[in-house]
Design a protein. Structure first.
Length: 95
């Protein structure tokens, strides 16, 4: 099993974002894009998706999920990519 990662996807239109966690980013991106079964319901019909950010270095799956939750929470207030990047920077500085 690979190391846990938290990722940020952006739709081709640039209007939709998705935050998730996985141990196999390539497989997960293919799932979100409908190439493989198992993508999240929230990403269906909104793609294609591209990965714009992947954060690694988590020791456990639990740490990755905690970071994913915190990133989603601070990301809800951010509607632009620049604001999301600023929020991520602040979150990483706290960690």
């Amino acid at each position: 099993m690979g190391a846990p990662r938290v990722y940020l996807l952006r739709s081709a239109t640039g209007r939709a974002f998705y935050v998730g966690a996985t141990v196999d980013l390539c497989r997960r991106l293919r799932q979100h894009n409908g190439e493989l079964a198992g993508g999240a319901a929230r990403t269906r019909g909104r793609g294609p998706w591209e990965c714009v950010l992947a954060v690694r270095g988590f020791r456990t799956w639990r740490e990755a999920l905690q970071f994913e939750w915190a990133f989603r929470r601070c990301g809800r207030r951010c509607r632009t990519e620049a604001a999301r990047r600023a929020a991520l920077g602040a979150l990483l500085r706290r960690a």
